[in-house]
Design a protein around this ligand. Structure first.
Ligand SMILES: [Zn+2]
Length: 77
């Protein structure tokens, strides 16, 4: 799917697809097929070159990884 349909996919993202945090803002322009969705976790997904790209990575996986590393050493959070 490309063209305006990719905008529909961006608009339908009410939550971060990585961690589920709520969307905090959404901007898009259908004729130009550009847009960006920001999420409360800090992640951002944008439409560029008719595809969705992660413009700011969701930090949640790094927090999960740090928790696993701490657990492996017996450190408390
Ligand atoms: Zn996220």
């Amino acid at each position: 799917m490309n063209g305006p349909g990719i905008i529909d996919t961006l608009v339908a993202l009410a939550h971060c697809p990585v961690c589920g945090a709520a969307r905090s803002s959404l901007t898009y322009h259908r004729p130009q097929v550009i847009g960006e969705a920001l999420f409360s976790c800090g992640a951002a997904f944008a439409v560029a070159n008719a595809e969705i790209i992660p413009s700011t990575l969701c930090p949640a996986p790094s927090h999960v990884a740090a928790r696993v590393l701490n657990a492996s050493t017996g450190a408390e959070e």
